[in-house]
Each structure stands twice: as structure tokens, then as C-alpha cells.
Design a protein around this ligand. Structure first.
Ligand SMILES: Cc1cc2nc3c(=O)[nH]c(=O)nc-3n(C[C@H](O)[C@H](O)[C@H](O)COP(=O)(O)O)c2cc1C
Length: 304
């Protein structure tokens, strides 16, 4: 009997380690028309802020050789509309749902977390202290361990279910931020958010993304993400949710071997909306073929 269940802490067991990453899967509703989302270990929604945000000016995405640039700027429908319009769908959804939480100021995170704590069908939150595409807040919360600790501590006071902190790779030493979040009660850490990046159109001389500097994601960032997961796995004890450039089941295995307990699939959803489902199915085939009966045996299993 193949065991694919993984435990990411504070009451959340995923039926398999594959989740979809924030900002690449909406609120799940559009993808639910394409496949049964219950096949996934879980989904993470687009960031929710207290107020509606229209986001940054266009163009705000561009393709690059090995991934993409985005500068969406946390466009979202705001807390009230999210609760009013999306919860009825999420309630019917038979897998783990994590809501990504963001804000300009600490009080924004607290307001969203406090409200979400009351909603039964939401299993946890992913506190986004790592968005590179907003002028205020965003990545600033996740680059200073002291500030990261403060956000974790204050959100922990109002949020009792699973609290995941999403880390930025745009720091000198990611393990310092990881330790700060663990020390203040984070249940798990997800990593990595996008790297800073840019691209220029050589015919028009214009930046390909209006904000000039944007967030870089996709296969090109996988080695950066893997080393971040590996380093954090050496520094903290709480579960790690790895992401960055995952497009295949082999990539998932690589992240687990580096120390992740689960993963998120992001940019791959844009090239193939069925990416999450395909990875779940392929992973099962690989495990059976290689006679790996329990997926947990892979976690941190790199042999050095
Ligand atoms: C278009 C787009 C929007 C994103 N929006 C969010 C967001 O709202 N909150 C967040 O924490 N991360 C967001 N991310 C980052 C992803 O969740 C993920 O951390 C990153 O893209 C790395 O994974 P990937 O290479 O598999 O895409 C976004 C990424 C993309 C490409």
C-alpha cells in the first residue's frame, strides 16, 4: 500500500505533497472546471488584503528564457468580497485550502488573519512577507529577521489554525528569517517567493514589465529554491513547503530530498493548467516503479 500522506503540522495532513502556489491558481474556481481539485494535496489562494487592490499598471507579466517575470502587485478582490463570493465554492472543495495573506502594514495582516480564523473551511494561512512587487510592505517584512519575527508573533496571537510563513530569497541569509519565524510560532515555512528580475525589449528599448524590476519565477529559479530549502532544513525543525520552478514529479522528489515535506507548483500552471494533476499522477507512478512505499522516506533523504 503506497503512503503519500504528509504532515505539515498543526493539524494539517495533505493526501499528497502537491499544492498549487499562490497567484498562479486564482481561488481554484477556474481550474475546477478543468479537473477535480480533490486530486491535489491542497491549494494556496491568491493573496488577500483587507481592501480590494487593482494591482500594478500593464504590462505586468513577461516571458523569459527559463521562466517568467511578474509584477501583479497583489491585485485581489479584498477580504470582504473574498468571504462573500469565494467561500461558497471553497466549502465544497475536498482538499486543504490555505489562504495567502498580505498587507501594507502589520495591522492589515492581523485584520485578514483574524477574519479567516473564523471560517471553518479554510485550513490555514500562508503569511506573505515576501512579495517583491509592492511599494509598501511586501518583501520589507521578510528581509529583516526582527520584522519577520514581529509579524509572526502578532499574527499568531489572532490566528489559531495552521500558520505558514512565506519566505523571500532576496536576502543574504534566509536561515535567519526562517529561525525568526519558527521562534515566534510559525507552524511551517514556504519558500521561495520570486527573485528580483528584469528584462528589456531590445527593439523598443523599453522594459518588458512596466514596473521595470519584477518577480522572477519558473524553471530558472529551481536551483536557487533548492538550496534555500536545504539550508533552512538544516536550520529549523518545522516542516518546509518548497517551491520554485517545479514542473515535474522528478522536481518534487528533488525538493523532498533537499528537506521539504511538501511542495507548491506555481508558474507551471501557466504553461499547462493540468500541471498539478499530472505531477500528482506521475509521482505515484514513479514511487510504485521505484518501490518507494512511503513518500515520507524521501524527506531530507539526500545522501552526501
Ligand atoms: C503571476 C504570479 C503571481 C504571484 N502571486 C503571488 C501572491 O499573490 N502571493 C505569494 O505569496 N506569491 C505569489 N507568487 C509567487 C509564487 O507563489 C511562487 O512563490 C513563485 O512563483 C515560485 O514558484 P514557481 O517558480 O513554481 O512559480 C506569484 C507568482 C506568479 C508567477
Amino acid at each position: 500500500m503506497l503512503k503519500t500522506i504528509v504532515d505539515i503540522g498543526n493539524g494539517i495532513k495533505l493526501k499528497n505533497p502537491i499544492m498549487t502556489a499562490s497567484g498562479t491558481f486564482g481561488y481554484g474556481d477556474e481550474f475546477a472546471e478543468l479537473y477535480d481539485l480533490a486530486e491535489l494535496g491542497g491549494i494556496v489562494t491568491k493573496a488577500i488584503t483587507p481592501e480590494l487592490r487593482i494591482g500594478n499598471p500593464l504590462p505586468r507579466i513577461a516571458e523569459t528564457e527559463y521562466g517568467m517575470l511578474n509584477s501583479i502587485g497583489l491585485a485581489n478582490l479584498g477580504l470582504e468580497d473574498f468571504v462573500e463570493k469565494k467561500i461558497s465554492f471553497i466549502e465544497k472543495f475536498n482538499t486543504v485550502v490555505i489562504v495567502n495573506v498580505a498587507g501594507k502594514e502589520l495591522k492589515d495582516y492581523i485584520a485578514v488573519a483574524e477574519k479567516l480564523n473564523e471560517i471553518d473551511c479554510i485550513d490555514g494561512i500562508e503569511v506573505n512577507i515576501s512579495c517583491p512587487n509592492v511599494k509598501e510592505g511586501g518583501v520589507a517584512f521578510g528581509t529583516d529577521p526582527k520584522v519577520a519575527a514581529e509579524v509572526t508573533r502578532e499574527v499568531r496571537k489572532v490566528y489559531k489554525k495552521h500558520m505558514m510563513l512565506k519566505l523571500s530569497p532576496n536576502v543574504t541569509d534566509i536561515t535567519q528569517v526562517a529561525k525568526a519565524c519558527e521562534g515566534e510560532g510559525a507552524d511551517s515555512l514556504s519558500l521561495i517567493n520570486t527573485l528580483f528580475g528584469m528584462a528589456i525589449d531590445t527593439k523598443t528599448f523599453k522594459p518588458k514589465v512596466k514596473s521595470i524590476v519584477a518577480g522572477y519565477s519558473g524553471p530558472g529559479i529551481k536551483p536557487v529554491a533548492l538550496q534555500a530549502v536545504y539550508k533552512c532544513s538544516q536550520a529549523v525543525k518545522i516542516p518546509l513547503i518548497g517551491m520554485g520552478g517545479i514542473t515535474s514529479a522528478e522536481d518534487v522528489i528533488e525538493f523532498l530530498l533537499a528537506g521539504a515535506t511538501a511542495v507548491q507548483v506555481g508558474t507551471a500552471n501557466f504553461t499547462n493548467p493540468l500541471a498539478g494533476l499530472n505531477i500528482v499522477n506521475d509521482l505515484e507512478i514513479i514511487l510504485k516503479t521505484r518501490k518507494i512505499s512511503d513518500i515520507n522516506s524521501l524527506i531530507g533523504g539526500m545522501i552526501v
